[in-house]
Design a protein around this ligand. Sequence first.
Ligand code: GRF
Length: 198
Amino acid sequence: MFKIAVLVSGGGTNLQEIIDNIENKRLNCKIEYIIADRDCYSLERGRKYNIKSVLLDKKEYGNKLSNEINKVLENKVDLIVLAGYLSIIDKDFISDWNNKIINIHPSLLPKYGGKGMYGMNVHEAVIANKEKESGCTVHFVDVDIDTGKILLQRKVDVSNNETPESLQKKVLKEEHQLLIEAIEKVISDSVISNKGGI
Ligand code: GRF
């Protein structure tokens, strides 16, 4: 069984999509762990489904946070999904998990990515720059912020009277679809490569 860990920091609507699509059998995988870097509703979502949900508080662990995550995960999962995870992951951790960490970001990367570009900041910048379109991206995590290989993207139109709030709502709706498509793709690619390719 393909096993994943989901790292979270917030309300967990992306996490909930993963849970729901495992429940409805679209995703053939198991959430082995949910790990939060702060107390957040995502943990509650996991506990409702008896998923091992661990709080590793970034305030308590500081720059040791990645080590603590590794202690929980060891090598028991095939993929790490960052779903609204806000702490920076250290470079050693990323190279240990080479190409096994994906992140969902609420813009059409490489635009509106990088330090400080998260959540509402992204949508405010898109609107301030009078962009006609925005969207979301799932990418592999590399040692820089939001720069890894792009896996999938979805676009949304930005209307003339768009607000950051209305844009966030539009983009989040697409994120929920995109993240499931991306996890499906990683699982099927891993199945193919485990069968020694075509
Ligand atoms: C989403 O906007 C996602 O793009 C970003 O953080 C937010 C997570 O939302 N990485 P939720 O906690 O999954 O509802």
